[in-house]
Design a protein around this ligand. Structure first.
Ligand code: ZN
Length: 128
């Protein structure tokens, strides 16, 4: 039997167990990037508590984001979780706004397409 390993998604934090020979993609966020293999035995990973897994994966994800890591390790921020939380909060709010704009655009496109279809039908009915 093939060896198992824990894999995690650096984008959304999802994790699951797969065979080590696989290069899984995240089933949750469908990121193009393949999931990263956790560098410890899967049994060791399984034995950790949820909190420990969270901490461990949180650290791994941060390591793969050099710019964020750089900002977090600025000397005065090193032990300043308040600023880190504030910064992440801002990022989340920014992404929320972006999402809102995107869904508004989609709604607008949807409405426009329906409007066009209605116009077309009307033209077809009256034109002939
Ligand atoms: Zn993901």
């Amino acid at each position: 039997m093939r060896e198992l390993a824990a894999f995690y998604c650096p984008r959304c934090g999802y994790y699951a167990y797969y065979q080590t020979s696989r290069h899984p993609q995240c089933p949750r966020c469908h990121s193009q990037e393949t999931m990263h293999m956790v560098r410890m035995h899967y049994k060791e990973f399984m034995d950790m508590s949820c909190q420990e897994r969270d901490d461990y994966l949180g650290n791994e994800i941060l390591k793969h984001n050099p710019s964020l890591m750089e900002r977090l390790t600025e000397p005065h921020k090193k032990y300043n979780s308040r600023e880190i939380i504030a910064e992440m909060n801002m990022e989340i709010m920014r992404l929320d706004t972006e999402n809102k704009v995107l869904s508004d655009t989609i709604k607008w496109m949807h409405d426009t397409i329906w409007e066009m279809i209605r116009e077309q039908k009307k033209a077809e009915q009256t034109g002939k």
